[in-house]
Design a protein around this ligand. Structure first.
Ligand SMILES: [Zn+2]
Length: 144
């Protein structure tokens, strides 16, 4: 969809003074060709030099560039948890670990000893639930 350009239309082109792609107002046209433009930024008038890209005709509404969704490699949550656990573990005193018990209440940073998952640290306390970081990953356990 290409809107016909006319004098007074806004066109995006390279400004010879700003040395950047700027919005320009068309000053003169020959037929369908833009010949002279005025930079909306520095207000210098110069001949229109078409930009190489096909999408150089930009009216007041700037073409919306659709940003491609960045493909960030998803980190393996288990590996992340293991690394976090290993980083924290040297600071723990295993003797202080509280054996996991559904009836108990826990607080953030409580060291916990689970019969299945081993040592873990309470990272989040929710109503009747806790999130515990174990070597094999984060687990949500019932408590309280
Ligand atoms: Zn300019």
């Amino acid at each position: 969809m290409r809107r016909p350009l006319s004098a007074g239309s806004i066109i995006e082109t390279r400004c010879t003074r700003c040395r950047a792609l700027m919005n320009h107002t068309i000053v003169a046209m020959v037929g369908e060709k833009v010949v002279r433009v005025e930079c909306n930024t520095c207000h210098s008038m110069h001949n229109y030099h078409p930009v190489k890209t096909e999408k150089e005709t930009v009216t007041t509404r700037t073409a919306q560039k659709k940003a491609a969704t960045p493909r960030t490699p998803k980190a393996d949550p288990v590996a992340v948890a293991a690394a976090e656990w290993e980083a924290l573990q040297p600071g723990w005193d295993a003797a202080q670990a509280i054996p996991y018990d559904m009836e108990r209440k826990y607080r953030v940073n409580n060291l916990l000893l689970h019969s299945l998952f081993g040592l873990g640290i309470v990272q989040l306390v929710l109503p009747n639930k806790i999130d515990v970081l174990f070597h094999e990953g984060k687990k949500r356990l019932r408590c309280g």
